[in-house]
Design a protein around this ligand. Structure first.
Ligand SMILES: *Cc1c(COP(=O)(O)O)cnc(C)c1O
Length: 574
């Protein structure tokens, strides 16, 4: 086979087509914004390790998400990330066509191969409209992840869904299931529906001739968030102007909602298997979408990707085979305490060096170091631990230090104000408690930051953290979680054993948003002062046992290998 046809080996066997608006494979390919994209990348890596037949589809995002700088007053500034697809990807010699706003738009895919050391390979197709012959505006449709206005988003989702399905056909892929990672890709169902056409001959049965059941059998849908703004909806007049009528709009109104074109509803109506991303989130989704059967498969992380080199070495020595069988971490107690502590101290020193190089700030390796990093959305309450500075100073001066990181979406003003507020408080604590805010949180920063802190903090408003995955990255590096009981932590938490909770337990079947800042902050300070700091400073053996439990009781299970085996048995092979 010549080089240009080498990709054809991917099209021989029936595959799972995994569609995601963002995919985070490595920091050099900046086609992700946060948890959703990194989950997609980790999913694909585990599929490659497990040699599962999968092909992934996303957009090329030539300008990335954005690079974050923060000015001295604490205001975020955004810059495009320029990167060179040619350096990492191979342009495939096929094109597909979609109609957008009445114009033909050509789409061409780039290929990236996710290769496992175990031998498996998963092709990732990154769709590009920057092709000569396309109208100037259309050439920029695959530039900015979550950029532009609502029309831009609709057009991108047409490219991803309809364009992605057509590219797979153009490449002769044989697809057994289409997995929509969030509703962004839901329009792939329209291409599938239009292909079912013609099975019924009677013209009077016009509507019956669209075989929705055939499409449902092919589709799996994972919904990712209880936050309303996370579910794309478009006004019908915009849709009728921009979307080609490959399926009658009257039928689409039945499938995607009368008030607006709701992609979550479209995906729900056309998937035989629907799931949330943690047990609690499955329940929440059931009450958000009554009438649908909703399963739960808890998210994970790709263990090897997120384990610091210090722990990789340790696991290789004591638990060989762990990377492709993370269940082996259950035997972590075979590792001597000193070696766990040494590995952690290495990761901590590595982080502190990075902080000194990037910020000039020097942290004290002997102090309890608390990390908090995630997208700066207000429901994540990054500033909860800073809500009572007198209390924090009283319990923590000379005993602890804090490291923050996180980007706010460019149009999320409250998220930006939260970063600004944190900067003001950092100023207030200066000289008493060291606080670092690391700029431009991305996969590289996370890889250094998470393993290098002693305690991983998470304080979302319940029940808005659907799963959360950074806490799992902490656990596999022996960093215990200190978190509100929401998302995956409801399943991973054993008080004082795997880490600690903040605030009250989750209420049964409750969808009521509960972020009692005062109650949660009181509990946070109380436990920090009376349980966590004393254990860390006075009982090193006890602390190391919690570290080991994070590994042996959290990380062995909350990973994408376990998650993918569940997707295969519960969703893909049905
Ligand atoms: C893991 C990760 C996230 C997701 O973390 P959550 O805990 O789910 O919010 C976001 N951004 C980066 C860079 C990450 O590595």
């Amino acid at each position: 086979m010549d080089k240009h046809n080498a990709w054809k080996k991917f099209t021989w066997e029936p595959r799972i087509a995994y569609f995601s608006m963002e995919i985070g494979i490595s920091a050099e390919i900046p086609t992700y914004s946060g948890g959703l994209g990194i989950l997609a990348g980790d999913t694909i890596k585990s599929a490659a390790d497990l040699d599962l037949p999968m092909v992934a589809v996303t957009l090329i995002h030539r300008k990335g998400y954005f690079r974050q700088q923060i000015d001295p007053q604490g205001w975020q500034r955004e810059f495009p990330v320029e990167w060179s697809p040619e350096k990492y990807l191979e342009l495939l010699p096929v094109k597909a066509l979609v109609t957008v706003e009445g114009r033909d738009v050509k789409i061409q895919p780039w290929l990236y191969r996710v290769k496992s050391p175990a031998g498996g390979v998963v092709p990732v197709l990154l769709l590009d409209t920057d092709i000569p012959g396309n109208a100037e505006d259309d050439r920029h449709l695959t530039d900015y992840l979550y950029g532009g206005d609502l029309e831009y988003r609709l057009k991108q989702e047409i490219i991803l869904g309809i364009g992605g399905a057509r590219i797979l056909s153009a490449l002769n892929f044989n697809i057994r299931k289409y997995h929509m990672n969030e509703g962004h890709a839901a329009m792939l169902t329209l291409d599938l529906l239009s292909n079912t056409r013609g099975r019924v001959d009677d013209p009077l049965e016009e509507r019956a001739s669209w075989d929705t059941h055939r499409v449902m059998e092919q589709c799996v849908f994972t919904t990712h968030t209880p936050v309303e703004a996370g579910h794309d909806k478009f006004p019908w007049d915009m849709v009728e102007r921009i979307l080609p009528e490959i399926v009658p709009f009257s039928l689409l109104r039945d499938l995607a909602g009368r008030e607006s074109f709701n992609l979550t509803l479209l995906a729900l109506n056309l998937s035989n298997f629907v799931n949330g991303v943690a047990k609690k989130h499955g329940e929440i989704s059931k009450s958000m979408f009554p009438g649908f059967k909703i399963h739960a498969i808890t998210n994970g992380i790709h263990s090897f990707t997120w384990t610091s080199p210090f722990f990789v070495q340790l696991y290789n020595k004591y638990l060989p085979g762990w990377a492709n069988e993370p269940e082996l971490l259950v035997r972590v107690d075979n590792i001597p305490d000193e070696e766990i502590w040494d590995a952690h101290s290495g990761a901590k020193a590595f982080l502190f060096l990075y902080i000194e190089e990037t910020t000039g700030q020097r942290l004290d390796p002997d102090l309890l170091t608390i990390g908090f990093a995630r997208r700066s959305a207000t429901y994540k309450r990054a500033d909860l631990i800073l809500s009572d500075l007198d209390r924090l100073l009283h319990l923590g001066e000379g005993r602890l230090q804090l490291i923050f990181a996180g980007k706010s979406h460019p149009r999320d003003l409250p998220g930006k104000e939260m970063i600004h507020r944190i900067y003001e408080k950092i100023e207030h604590l200066k000289g008493k408690i060291s606080v670092v805010y690391l700029e431009n949180y991305n996969m590289d920063v996370a890889y250094r930051l998470i393993p290098g802190v002693d305690l991983w903090l998470n304080t979302p408003v319940r029940p808005l953290e659907a799963s959360g995955t950074s806490g799992m990255k902490a656990a596999i590096n022996g960093v215990p979680n200190f978190s509100v009981l929401d998302g995956w932590w409801i399943e991973g938490h054993i008080e004082g054993v795997t880490g600690w909770s903040i605030g009250p337990p989750p209420r049964e079947n409750s969808t009521i948003v509960n972020g009692d800042n005062h109650e949660d902050a009181q509990d946070l300070y109380h436990k920090l002062e009376n349980v966590i700091l004393p254990l860390y400073t006075e009982n090193r053996a006890g602390w190391i046992q919690v570290m080991k439990n994070a590994i042996g009781k959290n990380a062995y299970y909350f990973n994408t290998h376990v998650m993918m085996r569940r997707y295969v048995t519960e969703a893909y092979i049905r």
